[in-house]
Design a protein around this ligand. Structure first.
Ligand code: HEC
Length: 163
């Protein structure tokens, strides 16, 4: 596709998603490939800035995409229902296996960490290795960058953030 056509397409798409495009448009309309990472909103970036440095440049779009792997079993919105897994709203800073009304495995219940980026990283790399006996039957996300992006997305989404 020529740059001219691509710009036209971009403008058309922006008509549908004005707020997001407002941030990305200057880079997207310049020569060269479309940007790989859409800059987060200021509110989302402020949440990412609470995490260790590696997460501050995370790609939230990629993280959101990977959260699709979790949606079959988890909601992340405030007051969302527990499904096979517990609702994840407010998971950062929450003690492991402590969501009221959800019935955890004995294996996870006897752990005593508080969820932060580091614990989520270990858990999501391989839940069964991190907490043997867990009933979260999910293989894990072995790719370091995808896991980083997912955890960044979790931070924003589980805080009721805009992205
Ligand atoms: C097949 C269903 C399933 C999938 C898919 C799944 N989970 Fe889970 N998840 C569970 C279950 C069940 C538990 C409770 C584990 C236990 O009690 O041992 C859990 C627990 C958790 C916890 C601990 C919550 C707490 O309150 O301590 C986190 C965090 C979590 N999952 C995140 C994720 C993320 C992020 C993904 C996607 C990458 C994901 N899960 C995919 C079923 C699932």
């Amino acid at each position: 596709m020529s740059k001219r056509n691509r710009s036209g397409l971009y403008a058309a798409l922006c008509g549908l998603a004005l707020a997001a495009c407002h941030r990305a448009a200057p880079e997207a309309l310049s020569a060269g490939p479309l940007p790989a990472r859409v800059a987060p909103s200021a509110a989302a970036q402020a949440l990412l800035d609470q995490l260790p440095p590696a997460y501050r440049q995370a790609d939230l779009q990629n993280g959101r995409l990977h959260f699709n792997l979790c949606r079959a079993c988890h909601t992340i919105t405030p007051g969302g229902p527990d499904m096979t897994g517990p609702n994840l709203y407010g998971v950062f800073g929450r003690k492991v296996a402590s969501k009221a009304g959800y019935s955890y495995s004995a294996a996870l219940s006897k752990k005593d960490w508080t969820w932060d980026a580091e614990h989520l990283d270990g858990w999501l790399k391989s839940p069964r290795t991190y907490a043997p006996g867990t009933k979260m039957s999910f293989y894990g996300i072995p790719d370091d960058e995808d896991r980083r992006d997912l955890i960044a997305y979790l931070k924003v989404a589980s805080s009721g953030g805009p992205d």
